[in-house]
Design a protein around this ligand. Structure first.
Ligand code: ZN
Length: 61
């Protein structure tokens, strides 16, 4: 994996995202460094863009 400057070095790398898991509906955490989201329940990992697209197409409410 390539080395790169980490802008989140002084921050928690996980940011609670305002999205639900596409598989189980659990809370997704954005893994900001890699542009991915991971579910805290089933540990599925999704590309952030995929989650954005899915949530826009199918709003949670
Ligand atoms: Zn899940």
């Amino acid at each position: 994996m390539a080395e790169f400057d980490n802008p989140y070095v002084d921050e928690d790398p996980f940011v609670r995202a305002h999205f639900d898991c596409l598989d189980c509906g659990g809370k997704l955490w954005e893994y900001a460094i890699q542009g991915q989201m991971v579910c805290e329940d089933c540990r599925s990992v999704f590309p952030s863009e995929h989650v954005f697209d899915a949530q826009i197409s199918h709003p949670a409410d």
